[in-house]
Structures are given as C-alpha cells and as structure tokens.
Design a protein around this ligand. Sequence first.
Ligand SMILES: [Zn+2]
Length: 307
Amino acid sequence: MRIGIDLGGTKIEGIAIADDGGVRLRRRIPAPRGDYHHTLDAVAALVRAIEDEVGVGGTVGVGIPGTMSKATGRIKNANSTWLNGTPLSDDLARMLDRPIRLANDANCFALSEATDGAGAGAAVVFGVIIGTGTGGGVVVDQRVVAGANGIAGEWGHNPLPAPRAGELPGPPCYCGRLGCIETFLSGPALAGDYAASGGPPVTAKEIAARAAAGETLAIAALERYEERMARALGSVINLLDPDVIVLGGGLSNIARLYERVPQLWAPYIFSDVASTRLLPAVHGDSSGVRGAAWLWGPSDQGLGTGD
Ligand SMILES: [Zn+2]
C-alpha cells in the first residue's frame, strides 16, 4: 500500500492507494498552522490512523508547498513558512520508523497525472498548477525530476518570452523580479489585466464566465492570456519537449485554453510540427495527494513499508 500525504497550509490530506491502484481511504484534517512540532505529530497520527483502518502498513510520500534542499535536507521556499529550515523528512522518518519521500506539491501533481491521469503512458510530462501561482513539475518515465537545486519545472519565474510593448518591464513578482511568467498567467494576474483594461474587479473564474457569455472585454483579456500562455509554454516545449502538458488549478477549468493555446504556440516552437498535447488534469484537486503516494513507484514494491 502507498500512503500519500498532502501538507497544505490550511489542511493535511491523506490517501491510501492499494497495489492495484485503487483508493482505499481518504482522510482530511486541519493543518496546525504555524507550529512545526504539531505538524509532525499530526502527519504521524494520520499515517498511523490510515494504517490502522486499512490494516496494512504502507510506504509514505509527502507533498509540501516548498522544496527540500539537497545540501542541507531542510525545507526551503515553503509558503507555509513554519516548515522552512526544518528537517521534516528526517523527523518523520524517525517518528514513523521508515524512509520518507518528500516532493514539491506541483511535482506531486505532475507525477499523479503522469502515473494514471491525463499524461498516463507518456514518457515526458510537464504539469502546471495555475491558480494563485503557476507552479510546475517535470516527470520523466513516471519519476519526478527534482533537479540539482530542487527547482526543476519552476518555469513561472522565468521572464515572459518575446515581450510586447506594454509588457516591459512587467509587474513586480513576490520573488523580487519583474515580469515573471507568474505575474501574467496566475489567476490574480488575469484578474488584474482585465481590471486594467477597464473591467470590474472580479475573479478569473468570473472573467471566463463573462467571456463565455460574449462580453468583449473579457474575451479580449482571455485572448491576451492565451497568447501569453502560448509564448510561455512554447519555451517549455523547446527546452523539455514534453509529450503532454497537463494543467491543474482553478484556471485549468477554462475549456477554451486547450483548443486556443496549441493553435497559438507554433511560432514559438523550433519544429515544423508540434504534436505536444495540452490537457486538463484528470484527478483535479486530488492530484497532489495521489502524487505524494506515487512518490514510491512500481519498482519500489516492498521497500519502505512500516511492516
Ligand atoms: Zn517571480
């Protein structure tokens, strides 16, 4: 059995996936915000509760809103800031008496979709969660590519490619730079662009609904958004050449993206034919916790269980 834990800022979710790929159990508990030791206790208790209920031990994979530094083994870049600087993996391994695998939540999303989601069977999958941010993950042959610095797939903090007049220097990003892809493609970015063009202050979801209803301003905002996404993903395709790009997060529900963006990215791709498929996530919000479970892959059978 594989146990996946998704360590969010407000909730901790657990899942048990049997060897046949079927989900045995799901549990969701509130996250002890701001308290590392209570977070450890909560995760360990959740794993034990899942094992008690299913009656079998499992491997444990954990998705976190940050990364683990290869140099120190400690968490960095987590927006759940009480995790930063902690040896989360080592502490959980000691408490649960087994090795723990830890990965960024966007990497878990990509792994879930590559394992049995929209990218099932594809060799190279790029997964993106477009919501409040634009986190991304790379999976090759059903394994996460973490990278030397633990940041593989973080396309969102590259500058928007081929910037137009009016896109330079670009909006300020929380990372300290200007004009990051995230400042154009996140949900708040779409809302901001729409408002700047004269629209009311509404959410990205509402803009999509207004565009579907034929509102000119909303359609224009989505057209700008799609063209920017085409440029941004075009450079990902040139670098990684994924078979499938999977979108998750709130903006992945905008159906027209999957038809429009691939029509627009050809001029930015160094190939006469671009067969890359752009697809919505199959597992939706569950992909984070499913991918955490899949951090222990098919070749890991029998390793790292609590038995
Ligand atoms: Zn940035």
